[in-house]
Design a protein around this ligand. Structure first.
Ligand SMILES: Nc1ncnc2c1ncn2[C@@H]1O[C@H](COP(=O)(O)OP(=O)(O)OP(=O)(O)O)[C@@H](O)[C@H]1O
Length: 259
């Protein structure tokens, strides 16, 4: 039986401000796979996942998600997307629980379904924020806000989860908690495409790595071995050496997930 891949992208080209950012990317993520998208800063990882979910227009190529061409026909309610660290706080004084509940809205549905409360509580629990549902999001730390967005993606129990650097600047115990959540998800046959700077605690989960360089795929296969040595040929893909960036995204106060 032919199984439809969760993600099928062919010849993706993206030009932004006159610069070719993605230069003919092919990417297939099979159902149930966990694929890491790696590459140095500026190699095009975020642009690729943003293109895949329709947040950036493509100049050439074809994208299918869950077997449907990118567009209104895609089953968006079965897809969870967590953008690179952005604030979950808007001008609206929404609580963490309300932001998570918004993950249950889709299409013509303007109100969360019945029993949304239990699903929201469960999703907040998965990211270690079960006691923060009533707190205004803007009062949470940057790391906690990121976790609210992850919970918003998880609440719909997505068939496909697309995550852009969900653990950037996150300490190891928190990464491990997140890895456990993803393990549970993949044990239930879900598909994960995750942008990472380094495999870290997610290494045991990642079945395949796609490495970008200058907007092109330079590796598609076995994940690079996590190694402390700096002589590894894949070194620059997994350790981008950006101390400024790491410190900018570090947020040790708010990032440790509750046990
Ligand atoms: N809206 C935009 N207009 C012009 N150039 C852009 C735009 N967005 C991204 N770029 C450029 O595209 C290139 C790829 O950026 P992208 O964020 O996709 O890389 P990345 O691999 O995700 O990097 P990082 O690891 O730093 O997040 C960078 O050179 C970036 O400056």
């Amino acid at each position: 039986m032919l199984v439809t891949p969760a993600v099928r992208a062919r010849g993706i080209r993206v030009v932004l401000s006159g610069n070719a950012i993605l230069r003919g990317i092919d990417l297939t993520v099979h159902d149930g796979e966990v694929v890491a998208l790696l590459g140095a800063n500026g190699s095009g990882k975020s642009t690729l996942v943003r293109a895949l979910v329709g947040a950036v227009p493509i100049d050439a190529g074809d994208i299918e998600l869950l077997g449907r061409p990118l567009g209104p026909g895609v089953e968006w309610s079965r897809i969870g997307y967590v953008p690179q660290r952005v604030s979950a706080a808007t001008g609206v004084p929404a609580t963490a629980g309300e932001v998570v509940a918004s993950g249950l809205l889709h299409g013509r549905r303007l109100r969360p379904p019945r029993r949304a409360g239990a699903a929201v509580t469960a999703a907040l629990g998965l990211v270690g924020l079960s006691h923060h549902g009533d707190r205004p999001v803007r009062e949470l730390s940057g790391g906690q806000q990121q976790r609210v967005l992850i919970a918003r993606a998880l609440v719909r129990d997505p068939a496909l989860l697309v995550l852009d650097e969900p653990v950037a600047g996150v300490d190891l115990p928190s990464q491990e908690a997140f890895a456990a959540t993803l393990t549970d998800l993949t044990a239930r046959g879900r598909t994960v495409l995750v942008v990472l700077h380094e495999l870290g605690a997610l290494a045991p989960l990642v079945q395949r790595a796609v490495v970008l360089r200058h907007g092109m795929v330079v590796h598609d296969g076995a994940p690079p071995r996590p190694t402390p040595e700096h002589g590894d040929a894949d070194h620059d893909h997994v350790h981008p050496h950006e101390p400024a960036e790491l410190s900018a995204s570090s947020d040790t106060a708010g990032l440790r997930w509750e046990p």
